[in-house]
Every structure is written in structure tokens, then in C-alpha cells.
Design a protein around this ligand. Structure first.
Ligand code: PSU
Ligand code: MN
Length: 307
């Protein structure tokens, strides 16, 4: 039985997978309270799903509901995940506990990628992946998303790492872990709210057919692990980093005062940044997610053609 005894595939996701039609996963962590969606989680999830459908791709949001691994959510299930204030932020190490104790969990990128691949889905759409935090060279605050991506053969489509992370350290860590970082139409690693961090990606692909082919070659070569697909925020939605710096500094200082550590830090910072910028970061994250949903769906469609 193994993994399947805990899995509930949404019927339309199952049908798509069985008939070889493209499916792209999305993490529930970004739309649940922990993702700091500031009351806009449902709108965000619905629109991202719609965008994937418009590309002919079946969306599969992943979450844990009462200990069941759910791949693809019905509308009322999505509403539960978004509104459940007690849902547990679930990374890979939390998965066995959340499932065994029949709790409800919103999955991080790491857990989403793990469950997606187990269910037969290769592409994961998110807004920002966890990174090496600013100061992470001495705090050791390095997201499990990065390490898990070195083991799980998923292509995670994101727009870089959020502002509280250090893009240069994140890229060093990914290099060590052997994770290719692909720039979509760019050589620059995106900086989440702006298109460039000033750091370089490891390779650039301008269209998803060529990237799908590279992934196919990677599989044939048996190069293990996943890929980070870095898709820059469209210029018209980019924020002014200068204006964000004071809010970021304040949020990080408050987190320090509260001695926030581990899994609680990212949710706090995302929410505080949203409050301090009066929702500007949330608006940008919505647009980031929609753009990633489009690119992720295109990649899933191209991969399905090769299989
Ligand atoms: N960054 C964002 N939005 C998010 C997250 C990160 O801009 O919602 C969430 C994702 O679920 C990601 C997780 O996988 O936080 C990483 O948490 P940590 O930094 O604790 O590893
Ligand atoms: Mn951390």
C-alpha cells in the first residue's frame, strides 16, 4: 500500500494523470494564513487555478486535510485550508506527524514537491521558495525547501526568494546542493519584488519547450534532484526596493525582539511586511503567483508532450 493509503487524488487530477494530460501542483502554504496572504488567499488560489486551466493544464493544490494527503482540492476544501487558523505549516519533516495525528496542514514548497512527485506530478508552482535568510551564514536559518529540492525531482517555479532572504547565499547553497537554477528569459536571478537581484542563474531558457527538453535529458542522464525555475516578476508590477527597506528592517527587528525562530519566522515576516506596506507586497505576490502559474502550466504542458 505504502504512500497510496494516505492519498486522495481529486478525480479530475486522477483522470488527467491517467490519460497523460498535464497537471501542475501548487503549494497550499502560500494561500493559508502562514503565507501571509492578508485575507486574499482564496482569490489568489482561484485565479492561479484558472490561469493553469486556461493553458489546458489541470491544477492540483496540495494540502493535508484531517490527516489525508489531498492532491487537488474541491472549492469547499480550498476554503477550509485558507480559513483554518489552526492548520499546521507542514514541511517534509512535519508530514508524518500531521498525517498520523489526523491534523490539517498547509504544505510548504518542500512538502508540496515531495507529495507532488509521489503522486506523479513534476511541476510545482509557488510565489517564493524558502531561502538562506539574511544573516543565515551565522544563524543557520536555511529553508528546508532548498535541501529538499536537491533530493526531489520536481521543477519548482518561483520568482526567487522573498525579501528577508539573501539571494547570493541562497544561490551558493543551491550550487553546493547541485540544484540547477534556471532563469526564464533572463540571466539574472530574480529578487521577488523586482526582476533582478544582481546575481546570476546557472542557466537561461527562453521557452518552456527547450526547458522541458533539458529536464528530459537530465532524467536520461540520471542527474538526481530538482530544479529551481526562476521567473521574474513582470516589470509593471515590480515594487521599489528602496521604499520596502524600512518596512523589512522593522519587521526583522520585531521578529528578533520576539525571539521568533524556525518555522514561525517566515509567516511572521510575510504578514508584517504586508501590514507595514499597506498590502503592497501582497498585491505584488498575487501577480508573481499568477505569472508563475502561467509559466508552470506551460512547462507542465511541454513535459507532457515528451512523455
Ligand atoms: N515565501 C513566500 N511566501 C510563502 C512562503 C515563502 O514569499 O508563502 C512559504 C512557502 O510555503 C515556503 C515556506 O515553502 O514559506 C518556507 O518556509 P521556511 O522559510 O520556514 O522554510
Ligand atoms: Mn527557516
Amino acid at each position: 500500500m505504502g504512500f497510496k493509503q494516505y492519498l486522495d487524488l481529486q478525480p479530475k487530477v486522477r483522470e488527467a494523470l491517467v490519460s497523460g494530460r498535464p497537471v501542475a501542483a501548487m503549494d497550499s502554504g502560500i494561500v493559508a494564513a502562514q503565507g501571509g496572504p492578508h485575507g486574499r488567499g482564496l482569490e489568489m488560489a482561484r485565479r492561479a487555478q484558472e490561469i493553469m486551466e486556461e493553458q489546458g493544464v489541470t491544477p492540483a493544490i496540495i494540502a493535508i486535510l484531517d490527516g489525508r494527503v489531498r492532491v487537488g482540492l474541491e472549492e469547499e476544501e480550498l476554503e477550509r485550508v485558507v480559513s483554518d487558523e489552526k492548520s499546521i505549516k507542514t514541511s517534509c519533516r512535519d508530514l508524518p506527524t500531521v498525517v498520523a495525528t489526523r491534523h490539517t496542514g498547509a504544505t510548504t514548497v518542500a512538502a508540496t514537491a515531495f507529495l507532488a512527485v509521489a503522486a506523479g506530478i513534476r511541476v510545482v508552482v509557488t510565489s517564493g521558495i524558502g531561502g538562506v535568510r539574511r544573516g543565515g551564514d551565522h544563524t543557520f536559518d536555511i529553508s528546508a525547501d532548498l535541501f529538499q529540492l536537491s533530493r526531489i525531482p520536481a521543477a519548482v517555479v518561483c520568482s526567487g526568494v522573498d525579501l528577508s532572504q539573501d539571494p547570493a547565499l541562497t544561490l551558493e547553497y543551491l550550487e553546493t546542493q547541485g540544484v540547477p537554477v534556471i532563469g526564464v528569459g533572463t540571466n539574472d536571478f530574480p529578487n521577488f519584488y523586482t526582476p533582478s537581484s544582481g546575481c546570476q542563474v546557472s542557466c537561461r531558457f527562453d521557452d518552456m519547450a527547450s526547458l522541458a527538453n533539458m529536464i528530459h535529458v537530465k532524467d536520461n542522464l540520471r542527474v538526481e534532484g530538482g530544479l529551481l525555475v526562476a521567473n521574474p516578476i513582470p516589470e509593471e508590477y515590480a515594487l521599489d526596493l528602496e521604499l520596502l527597506q524600512p518596512a523589512l528592517a522593522q519587521a526583522m527587528e520585531e521578529a528578533e525582539e520576539r525571539k521568533l525562530r524556525g518555522k514561525f519566522l517566515t509567516p511572521f515576516l510575510l504578514e508584517r511586511l504586508a501590514q507595514l506596506t499597506k498590502g503592497a507586497t501582497v498585491e505584488a505576490r498575487l501577480q508573481i503567483l499568477y505569472h508563475n502559474a502561467r509559466i508552470g502550466a506551460q512547462l507542465a504542458a511541454q513535459l507532457a508532450r515528451l512523455e
